[in-house]
Design a protein around this ligand. Structure first.
Ligand SMILES: *Cc1c(COP(=O)(O)O)cnc(C)c1O
Length: 432
């Protein structure tokens, strides 16, 4: 599409957008009574207007039924997760049996590594991206130590080349192949939180498997953002949080994926709890753990009903949107429009004040653009916020802007760029 840098054009795209009305389903934070243009859904998604009633429903169930709520009523808590599984499966491209909502993200990463990082004297290494989200780095380092290895020996980080900001797929694949006989696990983010780079997940999975390793992904920035085919790509395991692109609220419940090829493997270890026990027999309270079939067998504690209610509210909006395919079509346009307008801002300023480090190829990014602001970065970010544009800030000079197709419009993107230009003209004193 050929974009135009004017408000009427942005508004015409909004009029043609079949998903435009979905923004009415969300609550926007305000500043001095005016709603923010919210471009921070990569960090914390907005509250669906229905979220409160989903929680209220469970409060009422608790009030009226108390302990009987586990088995009685319109949707007994014992089986509540099954309603979510159907919806989650659509978001990540899995069968319902392969996914389950439980715990929080880093906790699940640990639980899944207990099952899928099984180092031997020969194969004990893990390959991951350099600059992974810190929680993932800490999780992996501590898992490695837990097995008695030194992270310096066991963790291989693939880094961008000198002078580059993102990884080349060929470098990732070469590193995997080059360490083939020592590799236990390939553990990558689906999308890197800092750069917004969407890795070539099928290629990484194939390379990992060719090397004889297990392949897992942290999909915190990918789930609900880009189309995923976890089952068809043959990925072994994955986990994600629900509070970024999936709008399930701060600290929202996490989701896991375990590929069905592992369901019948009884040698897989897990840190078990009663909720992972065979559902039919769970309340016999017997000695000796027998796992429930599928991803549900990784549950540890009883269902977190309130966080699940919040996730449920949001998943129903994805269902209303037609799940990821239509959202992705809009998302590609929104992000491409933002990219186009940032380039226009640079042109007016006469130099590359804003350098987008997120890959330009749409197959290598989701909604987010990570932008290095060359001069006066922090002042510019603060001024955007003062002008009702809420993106997010990463030290030392990166502004992340994520137009989210569920609730952002082309007009939001246009207004963001036009305010950015005004602010830049006011604030920048380039030293050249
Ligand atoms: C957001 C994010 C987390 C956060 O983990 P929590 O356990 O939910 O606090 C972890 N890893 C990645 C890659 C993230 O983007």
């Amino acid at each position: 599409m050929t974009f135009e840098n004017n408000l009427a054009f942005a508004q015409s795209l909004d009029r043609q957008d079949p998903l435009y009305h979905l923004r009415d389903e969300f609550l926007f934070p305000k500043q001095h009574g005016t709603p923010f243009i919210y471009l921070c859904g990569n960090s914390l998604g907005l509250q669906p207007k229905t979220a409160r009633s989903y929680v209220d429903q469970q409060m009422t169930n608790w009030e009226n039924q108390a302990v009987e709520g586990w088995f009685e009523g319109n949707s007994p808590w014992m089986y509540y997760h099954k309603e979510l599984k159907e919806l989650m499966a659509n978001i990540v491209g899995a069968t319902p049996a392969e996914v389950c909502p439980m715990n929080t993200l880093t906790v699940n990463l640990h639980l899944l590594m207990v099952s899928f990082y099984r180092p031997t004297a020969q194969r004990f290494k893990i390959i991951m991206e350099a600059g992974a989200f810190p929680s993932d780095q800490y999780a992996v380092e501590s898992q490695v130590r837990f097995h008695g290895y030194d992270p310096k020996d066991a963790i291989i980080e693939v880094a961008p080349r000198e002078g580059e900001n993102t990884l080349r797929t060929e470098d990732i694949l070469a590193e995997i192949a080059g360490n083939g006989d020592q590799l236990a696990l390939v553990l990558f983010g689906g999308i890197n939180y800092f750069t917004g780079q969407w890795f070539d997940m099928p290629a990484i999975t194939r390379a990992g498997h060719n090397a004889g390793a297990i392949v897992g992904f942290d999909l915190a920035h990918a789930a609900g953002n880009v189309p995923l085919e976890l089952h068809n790509w043959g990925i072994d395991f994955a986990c994600w949080c629900s509070y970024k692109y999936q709008n399930a609220g701060p600290g929202g419940i996490s989701g896991i994926f375990v590929h069905e090829k592992h369901f019948s493997d009884t040698t897989i270890n897990r840190f078990a709890g009663w909720w992972g026990y065979n559902e039919q027999l769970r309340f016999k309270m017997e000695k000796g753990f027998t796992a429930e079939a599928g991803a549900d067998g990784w549950q540890v504690s009883c269902t977190q009903v309130i966080p699940m209610a919040l996730y449920h509210a949001s998943l129903k909006l994805f269902e209303k949107a037609g799940f990821i395919a239509p959202l992705r079509e809009k998302s590609k346009q929104l992000t491409a429009y933002l990219q186009f307008l940032i380039t226009e801002v640079n042109q007016v300023l006469g130099f590359e004040q804003y350098k987008i480090i997120t890959p330009a190829a749409e197959s290598a990014r989701g909604a987010q653009l990570s932008i290095i602001a060359q001069f006066n970065a922090k002042e510019i970010f603060n001024s955007l916020v003062a002008n009702n544009i809420l993106g997010d800030w990463r030290e030392p000079n990166v502004i992340r802007l994520s137009p989210v197709p569920l609730y952002n419009s082309f007009e939001d993107v246009f207004t963001t760029a036009s305010r950015l230009l005004t602010i830049s003209k006011e604030l920048i004193t380039p030293k050249h």
